[in-house]
Design a protein around this ligand. Sequence first.
Ligand code: ADP
Ligand code: MG
Length: 388
Amino acid sequence: MLDPSTSSGKRTDLLRVTYAEMAGAQPEGLWFGPGRVNLIGEHTDYNDGFVLPFALEKKAVVAAGRREDDLLVMYSLELQERVEIPLSGLAPGTGGWSGYLAGVVWALQMSGHPVGSATLVLSSDVPLGAGLSSSAAIECAVVAAMCDLYHLDIEPMDRAKIARLAENSYVGAPTGLLDQAASTLCQEDSGFFLDCRSLEGVHVPLPMAEQGFEMLVLDTKTPHSHVDGEYGARRQSCEEAAAILGIPALRDITDLDDALSRLEDDVMRKRVRHVVTENSRTLEAYEVARDGRLADLAPLLDASHASMRDDYEITVDTVDLAVDTARGAGALGARMTGGGFGGCIIALCHTGDGEGIAQQIAEAFAAAGHRTPEWFTATPAPGAGRLA
Ligand code: ADP
Ligand code: MG
């Protein structure tokens, strides 16, 4: 069997062949949803704050077409697994990986959109569970496919909300809108600055190559443990602090010192300080990018990492080692990206430096007895749509 990751041409060929075998016809089209990296704005989304992601060239692709019967037939090239569900049998909480596809069809139905049956053959080169949002990539690809197949005129932000509904209510993962908004709305060579309260977003140029930069994305391959509990604890701490301060969300703090003086718990104070300073760093990153000063992102990335390490306490040894080594090896700035306790780091580098920096991180990992990391350099890519 062809390795789906070998090249995008081979991958689309394989999708078409597999689709034809399953449906007895050519697909009506191919649609994609990209993975994403969060440039800055970590754990700010559920505090009604700001995030600034960009989409990756790594993406989920679905070959899709309508069917005569009432079935949803789904296949993953990576898992080599086929799942079939009657449309009338869609029920939240069912279906492992296929829930990310079936959930979208269910969420479209729940939102009042008339969708019918489909064959959906999936292949994705977004690494699973690395914090690059392989789940939203699938959901947003399927939303794009179903909208075109069934001629649904749904605004991009509403598409993102439907994808999120699938993840929250069908799969059962309580995430914010960041991943789906990024995968749906991002544009080439741009970041998407999103206000998670108003859901207003602005595209901001990130012409990294033009300015002599590249972004290294390195997966530390750290196994996650106790992540759900830690995430829940952080959220709870933020909600409690907001309640004590008498504000709807930590986003509403205008005087940090005053807020901190009104909180008694040391840990809670640290959590609040991260959220408030991260929000202002994200706003500043937006302004820096808007003004075309990409080098000035570097100190913001560094400060964000320090805040996640010392105040929010969501980094781990591998992640800190990767960030420190990246800086020592010539990265301009670096931070962990994603929810924490492992996952990926990003490092802003001069063009051509990313590979050497990654090699040095790999050596440091080997010396420390950690797993071998994986990496690539990222260019901001477009959001979900039709591929062919
Ligand atoms: P992340 O979004 O950070 O990658 P999640 O846990 O949210 O991690 O989503 C990962 C899940 O998405 C996987 O466990 C799997 O169910 C599904 N998934 C991702 N890629 C594929 C794929 N190529 N084929 C089938 N399922 C996939
Ligand atoms: Mg996910």
